[in-house]
Design a protein around this ligand. Sequence first.
Ligand code: IMP
Ligand code: MG
Length: 172
Amino acid sequence: MRNLIEPDIIQRRVHDLGAELTSQYEGRPLTVVGVLTGCMLFLADLVRAISVPHRIGVVHASSYRGPTTERGDLRVDTTLLTDVRDRDVLIVDDIFDTGQTLKRLVSSLQSAGARSVHTAVLLVKEGRSEVDIAPDHHCFQIPDVFVVGYGLDYNDDYRHLPFIAALDESDL
Ligand code: IMP
Ligand code: MG
């Protein structure tokens, strides 16, 4: 495992993003919608850095992963979501890889009646996008490597790490 981004760098960047979102959403009915499970650490730090009143909601997205890191069927579950009708929604996810997950989530939040839907991700993986949208906000751009930590997992391990690390081919 190779450390890529240290905790203090993550914290500083997340706070800057929080400040940017604070001025953007001033006076608007904001609901921050985290995408479980990978968003948990990022969401918890980001909402504490957004100093305008807002609601927090969650949805669940998963794509079956076997022993490899190949993506399988994408599933989006919105049964835990609070009412977002006429609210300004900010979707918060861990990583924009192919972008399929975020693209699907944007349209399901629009269908749920949100007044606006914007997106913020912790990481963007370079050169992987398969979709015609890009996240509105991101904290870091990373090369095409498999990363874990600060919410991101490999087969559900490593999410608790306070830093972001790359796994080597031999770890996968
Ligand atoms: P996308 O739909 O291809 O953008 O995939 C997004 C989802 O795939 C993320 O929310 C993660 O759960 C997972 N994912 C993609 N790349 C990585 C990675 O490098 N480490 C851990 N999870 C990843
Ligand atoms: Mg995920």
